[in-house]
Design a protein around this ligand. Structure first.
Ligand code: WT7
Length: 675
């Protein structure tokens, strides 16, 4: 049976229901269901391909397709989809040729050159500016030509390590323009993480900046790059954006200034003709083993889903100003700052600062200043701002907002209600959107205009998506209300096509756990109305402030410390960050330390993780222990440790499989001492 709580449904936000524009889907759930049924029916693939309201006899032969309505193609596609989950060879819009940068920039620059493409809200509120579509086109062409002058060719990878400046958008699209595959690394990652990601995809060229600005602080971006590049033999050119202008180290022959190189090249670059299935980008994400996975997305299908989810999940219309507050270094930034809004020709926002700089009113100031219509953020930021108090919102006009989004982790109902009441003023639609790096675009979300919302539920599948719940042990489908492993049963256009240079891992991770389905790694429940509630990961992935971390990755970082013999990392519920990292560490017998200097050892271990992965992965607590509960075959029993820390020591269940039961008592004692 479902354990989803009985909840109060929230009516469709009145600014959407009676808004100044007619919602794309509506007026009720029935309208959504009719279209969704078509989109997952026998001829479901045609939903993506077809243009709505076109007589059906016209469809099969015609190329007047939804993909055509949304995207501009140099050469039309003939085959909508081929391949299957089981074979792991899904492909969409075969034969079709297009260019992502043309779709995101040129066609809008020619239709409305002076329209704002990007609202750049700089770290210091007074320093931002708007960039028009024609300005964006010029910058994209310049950088594209610079990359070409550095010898970058179609199919090459280019690594990007940039802070949140609008130039980052130009860097992404410049790669796409010449058919280079960008691999963007979140600028909060450490030198070592950057090094590993560059080496995995073997890029020759890296795009970065002198420094970054965030929350009034200066980040030594280039210094981190220099450190990383000591062990990246393949990189021979580094293009450096001048963001702060402070003095930095420059390596002659390798490092080049973005602005100087841009001066040397022409102002127009012909976009490369790409096949729909050519890779657009690689993005590394954490899985249940130590090594991050280079998730590969291709061009046509990804772009179509990015655009259509912006259109329907956020009910975006011409003239809207869309703001996604994620970082461009994560998939949310790729899809909902760059590719989705720009494909539609919508104004997008690049927000460089933090929610609390210079004060906790920063977001609301930004909404008022630009008249933003859409605001897409994460539960962790909403919880933080809720804690700061709603007086921070009171002096701002937020009435331009129509749709508020949430992503990254389950949103607790208190945070949802606060978001709805204080930010949305009970007039916006609040959409809790569930998806993943691998899905490329939103999978579940209540569509504004059609679906009444329930705080904490991502609710219904997007068009073309057919989620199922599977019983973990048997692989049987759970029908009706109940709980299970969330899998997706129909291929959609923006599904990741492979893991860079490791297709076997792709198959093992997503396709083989439950043959015939795509495995998400999350568990979920379905309530009486058929709505889905995401519970959280069931693999060894922890979600801290919406950042996806693998326990194995953090354990490997800890083990690199000279004194550490063994480590076990678990995720523990946290009021502010969703989950927090707790690490249990056994020191080598020869490593001498006394319990009186345990505090400094713990600090050292935290620094170790910050250094190897990045500050966002730092454990909240480190416990030095003498032993860890293991099975007889030597597997660490993390679930036992997790229950002890979560205060569920009375629910440890059968301990007969623990090789050394005294390890359990030791952990209990250590945890109780530290509380
Ligand atoms: C994991 C994916 C692409 C979104 C940003 C994170 C969790 C994501 C929700 C949500 C509950 C969510 C899942 C998922 N997650 N959105 N609305 N409700 N959980 O992308 O880094 O690939 O992480 O984030 O556990 O598997 P990601």
């Amino acid at each position: 049976m479902t354990d989803a709580p009985v909840v109060q449904k929230h009516p469709i936000g009145s600014r959407v229901a009676k808004g100044h524009v007619k919602p794309h889907v509506g007026p009720d759930r029935k309208a959504y269901e009719e279209e969704h049924t078509q989109s997952v029916g026998e001829r479901g693939d045609e939903w993506w391909a077809k243009r709505r309201l076109t007589p059906s006899f016209f469809l099969s032969s015609s190329l007047l397709q939804k993909a055509n309505e949304t995207l501009s193609w140099y050469r039309p596609f003939q085959t909508v989809r081929s391949g299957s989950f089981a074979q792991g060879n899904i492909a969409w819009f075969l034969e079709g040729e297009l260019n992502a940068s043309y779709n995101c920039v040129d066609r809008h620059a020619s239709a409305s050159p002076d329209k704002t493409a990007i609202v750049y809200e700089a770290d210091e509120p007074s320093q931002g500016r708007n960039i028009t579509y024609s300005e964006l086109l010029l910058e994209v062409c310049k950088v594209a030509n610079v990359l070409k002058s550095l010898g970058v060719k179609k199919g090459d990878t280019v690594s990007v390590y940039l802070p949140m400046t609008w130039h980052a958008v130009a860097a992404f699209l410049a790669c796409a323009r010449i058919g280079a595959i960008h691999s963007v690394v979140f600028a909060g990652f450490s030198a070592e993480s950057l090094r590993d990601r560059i080496n995995d995809c073997q890029s020759r060229v890296l795009i970065t900046s002198d420094e970054g600005k965030r929350g009034g602080k200066t980040i030594a971006t280039k210094a981190i790059v220099d450190q990383a590049l000591k062990e990246c033999p393949v990189v021979d050119k580094v293009l450096v954006l001048r963001r702060t202008g402070n003095e930095i180290n420059f390596v002659d022959g390798r490092d080049l200034w973005w602005h100087e190189e841009a001066e040397k090249v022409s102002s127009y670059c012909v976009p490369e003709t790409m096949n729909s299935e050519d890779p657009l980008f690689i993005l590394y994400t954490s899985g249940s083993t130590g090594k991050p996975k280079g998730v590969v997305h291709t061009t046509g299908g990804y772009l179509l889903c990015a655009a259509l989810t912006v259109k329907y999940v956020f009910d975006v219309h011409p003239g809207d100003k869309f703001a996604c507050m994620a970082d461009i270094g994560w998939i949310t930034g790729h899809t909902y700052i760059i590719y989705g809004p720009l494909t539609l020709g919508t104004t997008t926002t690049v927000f460089e600062s933090t929610p609390v700089y210079p004060s906790p009113a920063r977001y609301w100031e930004t909404v008022e200043k630009h008249g933003l219509t859409h605001f897409y953020s994460a539960p962790t930021a909403i919880r933080l701002l809720r804690q700061q108090g709603h007086h921070h919102l009171q002096s701002f006009t937020l009435s331009t907002l129509r749709v508020l989004g949430s992503v990254g982790e389950p949103i607790n109902s208190e945070a949802w209600e606060w978001y709805n009441e204080h930010v949305g003023q009970n007039e916006c639609s609040v959409v809790d959107t569930f998806w993943q790096t691998e899905t490329g675009s939103i999978v579940l979300a209540p569509l504004p205009g059609a679906i009444e919302t329930k705080p904490g539920a991502a609710q219904v599948p997007f068009f073309g998506q057919a989620p199922v719940l599977v019983e973990a042990a048997t692989g049987e489908l759970v029908e009706g209300p109940g709980e299970g492993v969330l899998c997706l049963s129909k291929p959609w256009p923006s599904i990741a096509r492979t893991i860079w240079k490791d297709h076997a891992r792709y198959l093992d991770t997503y396709m083989n756990p439950y043959p015939g389905y795509f495995y998400t790694g999350d568990s979920a429940s379905r309530d009486e109305d058929g709505d889905i509630w995401i519970k959280g990961r069931i693999d060894d992935v922890i979600n801290v402030s919406g950042h996806r971390l693998s326990t194995a990755e953090i354990e490997s970082a800890l083990i690199l410390h000279k004194g550490v013999a063994e480590a076990a990392v678990i995720g523990i519920g946290d009021d502010m960050t969703g989950q927090a990292v707790h690490a249990f560490v056994i020191m080598k017998p020869e490593f001498s330390y006394s319990s009186s200097n345990e505090t400094s050892l713990v600090k050292e271990l935290i620094i170790q993780v910050r250094k190897v992965i990045g500050p966002f992965a730092a454990p909240k607590k480190v416990y030095i222990v003498g032993n860890l509960p293991k099975t007889r075959s030597g597997k660490i029993m993390r679930h036992i440790i997790r229950k002890i820390v979560a205060g569920e020591s009375d629910q440890l269940g059968d301990l007969s499989t623990v090789a050394e039961p005294s390890a359990v008592d030791q952990i209990k004692q250590k945890v109780s001492e530290s509380q």
